[in-house]
Ligand binder design. Structure first.
Ligand SMILES: [Zn+2]
Length: 537
């Protein structure tokens, strides 16, 4: 079987032309090489995963190439290029300052600069995350950075330019890398998918690109994750399920309901979203982003500012034409209030529901005064049909601090209680833990919790099994936030999270005599029997 290689490595660009989304920058670099205007120190700045180290390696390869092509790329076949391709070139030296930030490492690097290259013309020293170097290391480095041997080129890379001392900045030619746009990322993922023989819906790739937030390396690793889950055919539905992203269809649907003032439908839709395990604050933030996108799409000119694919942009444009700007302003204001008050609210769900109702009420007046009318003008909120579908029971608890002026009036009316599926069973619990895991930084615990199968051991307790004490110790730290999170999602008053360590010690095999001794220990009557019957065992 062919070894599996993650896409971020397999499709790492080998030439400037294949670097995605940094066109202007790679062109400038190429020109400076072609004209022989090399600086002795470069600083590559920009967010993670946008190609800084990749460009540094390509750069090192080109300036050492024995017969560069006419358009300034490396030939890929000369002795030096081969050495680069096979990662055995002695002309490139990489130091990751995030993990090697001491003065010793820098001294080793400086020693290396004293030895001229054997093959090729330049020795290139790449220092990644250069802002992490200790002060002592910086000081040791400064002199060499200022006057390196003529065959040395330094390429410093950083995600945090502002942390660098002016003495460093002033010695380098600075290149700022862009975040990737969704469009560029989608186009690249599409190519990777084709090479891998995977079909992918553009909407699905757009979701991946948005999730990666401007980093290609992240986009590719999310792509790998989704591809494995989708089994060769990446669909939008499967992607949002796998990445736990709320389907933007919900937002389109809700805005249509707002415009038609279909309040029961709005509440029912929100209920569906809550039942899928999405948190109210995420939902409101998403709705706010949707409304902002609509505002952008009121005009064809600003529609281009929307960083998404063309089909989705067209949908935004069409919906935007139905919304008056005043409605969008006021709706965004209400959602922003809700977002701010969310943390403080005692009854978060009610807060969101009231906000949604208020937004729908905005459209009942003519657009010009929408949002400024006093709340007493509110229409009856629910018709009979809506009440019938709800579970009668107790009225919802009214928060001590209503979010907005209008909330008071609405809250005084008896609130129909929506049937909440947030219950403590295997399925909901597993889903809640998975959701929690996605709030953690990338790493072992995130993966561990995502894949864990909890065991319900009581009305308000569950157990997570781990197979060694080291993981147990790590997991313990996550128990308080995990408990809080799960309690919140499943609407539980109390919850006890236990960790069980199961060690896989092999079973000892007992001899017959040992087995008998054990049985005797358990059942003393055997000893008596043995004596009475004068058995010889
Ligand atoms: Zn070459």
């Amino acid at each position: 079987m062919e070894g599996y290689m993650v896409s971020a490595r397999k499709y790492r660009p080998m030439t400037f032309d294949t670097v995605v989304g940094q066109g202007a920058l790679t062109t400038t670099l190429k020109k400076s090489i072609q004209t022989g205007h090399l600086a002795h120190a470069y600083l590559f700045c920009g967010p993670r995963g946008v190609g800084k180290t990749t460009c540094a390696r390509i750069f090192a390869k080109i300036i050492n190439c024995m017969s560069p092509t006419a358009d300034g790329e490396a030939c890929g076949v000369c002795e030096s290029c081969m050495a680069f391709n096979e990662q055995r070139s002695l002309n490139i030296y990489e130091l990751d300052a995030a993990s090697n930030n001491g003065v010793e490492e820098i001294k080793k690097l400086i020693e290396q600069t004293r030895i001229p290259p054997q093959v090729g013309k330049y020795k290139v020293f790449i220092i990644d995350e250069v802002h992490m170097l200790s002060n002592q290391a910086f000081n040791a480095f400064l002199k060499t950075l200022e006057e390196p041997p003529h065959y040395v080129v330094f390429i410093l890379a950083t995600t945090e330019k502002h942390k660098l001392l002016p003495t460093i900045l002033s010695r380098c030619q600075i290149y700022d890398f862009n975040r990737m746009t969704v469009k560029d990322t989608v186009a690249h993922l599409q190519q990777v998918a084709e090479k891998e023989g995977i079909t992918a819906e553009p909407e699905a790739l757009a979701v991946i690109a948005e999730k990666a937030d401007g980093g290609m390396r992240d986009a590719l690793s999310i792509f790998d994750q989704v591809a494995a889950y989708c089994d060769g055919n990446i669909t939008y539905k499967q992607t949002i399920a796998n990445l736990n992203v709320l389907d933007y269809d919900y937002y389109f649907k809700l805005v249509d309901y707002f415009l038609e003032q279909k309040i029961p439908d709005i509440i029912a839709t929100y209920n569906e979203i809550v039942n899928k395990g999405f948190e109210g604050s995420h939902f409101i933030a998403g709705l706010n982003a949707h409304l902002r996108n609509l505002l952008m799409c009121r005009d064809q000119k600003t529609t281009q500012l929307l960083d998404t694919n063309d089909d989705v942009r067209q949908r935004y444009y069409e919906q935007a034409q139905k919304c008056k700007p005043q409605f969008l302003y006021s709706a965004i204001r209400k959602c922003t209030d809700c977002d701010i008050n969310y943390k403080l609210s005692q009854n978060k769900r009610l807060l969101v529901e009231i906000t949604l109702i208020e937004v729908a009420q905005l459209t009942q007046d003519d657009g010009v005064s929408a949002g400024r009318r006093p709340a007493k003008r509110l229409k009856p909120l629910f018709n009979r049909a809506a009440v019938k579908t709800s579970v009668a029971a107790a009225p919802a608890v009214v928060s001590a601090k209503p979010a907005a002026a209008g909330a008071t009036v609405a809250a005084q009316q008896p609130q129909p209680v929506i049937n909440v599926e947030a219950k403590f069973d295997q399925e909901n619990l597993t889903r809640a833990i998975k959701l929690y895991s996605q709030t953690l930084p990338q790493g072992g615990m995130r993966v561990h919790l995502f894949n864990c199968v909890p065991n319900i051991v009581g009305d308000h307790a569950f157990e997570i099994t781990v197979d060694n004490p080291a993981i147990e110790a790590q997991l313990r730290q996550y128990v308080p936030p995990l408990t809080k999170y799960v309690k919140n999602i499943l609407k539980m008053q109390a919850l006890d999270v236990k960790i069980k360590v199961v060690s896989f010690t092999p079973k000892t095999v007992l001899t017959k005599a040992q087995l008998y001794a054990k049985m005797k220990e358990k059942n003393p009557a055997l000893a008596i029997l043995e004596k009475e019957m004068q058995l010889h065992v």
